[in-house]
Design a protein around this ligand. Sequence first.
Ligand SMILES: C[S@@+](CC[C@H](N)C(=O)[O-])C[C@H]1O[C@@H](n2cnc3c(N)ncnc32)[C@H](O)[C@@H]1O
Length: 184
Amino acid sequence: MKFFIVEALKNFRTSGTVTPSSKHLVRTCLKKIDWNQTVFVLELGTGNGCITDEILKIGHGHVKVVSLEINEVFYNYSKEKYSGDKRLTMLNESAFKLREIVKNNNFGKPDIIISSLPLTLFKDEEIVELLEIVYDILDDKGTFIQYQYSPVTLKFIKKIFPKVKYELVLRNIPPAIVYRAHKS
Ligand SMILES: C[S@@+](CC[C@H](N)C(=O)[O-])C[C@H]1O[C@@H](n2cnc3c(N)ncnc32)[C@H](O)[C@@H]1O
């Protein structure tokens, strides 16, 4: 926890927080996932791996998880932590390169894209760019899950995804909103 706070404070513009997500927030993010229909989960913003941990804990033995982390310290920490788990591929890459990453690695279309990227710190055009990439690479029956600490990004998600639901999580510092968006 101390390690996360120090690194997040040093890089506030990319971390967008000083504390990792609470168990309640992580569980709310993941609770609607139908694991019987989920083969490939793509995570954006590993951090200290609090969401990754839970995905690997509750996902099937055959679930494939790819997690992107732009911060080298968080990336190295998670790469080491999960080195024994063959289901997970850690990449020290930016989410803005997702189209190339998915294509070049033949990853296929994710059933779930789960993002904790701090969209509110992005420029408007960056939010739109990222959401368009997410929409394009997501499986047609897939779900995009994103949490945020403010409702301002809802209008952007709604412009790209026809179906968006949201849920407030008070038991997190700060309280958060979990968005679940579908292509159809
Ligand atoms: C709010 S923290 C969330 C960390 C953790 N998943 C959690 O829920 O506590 C956001 C994370 O996204 C990472 N990040 C920010 N911009 C990114 C980008 N363009 N591509 C990949 N990771 C990024 C940050 O370094 C940080 O670890």
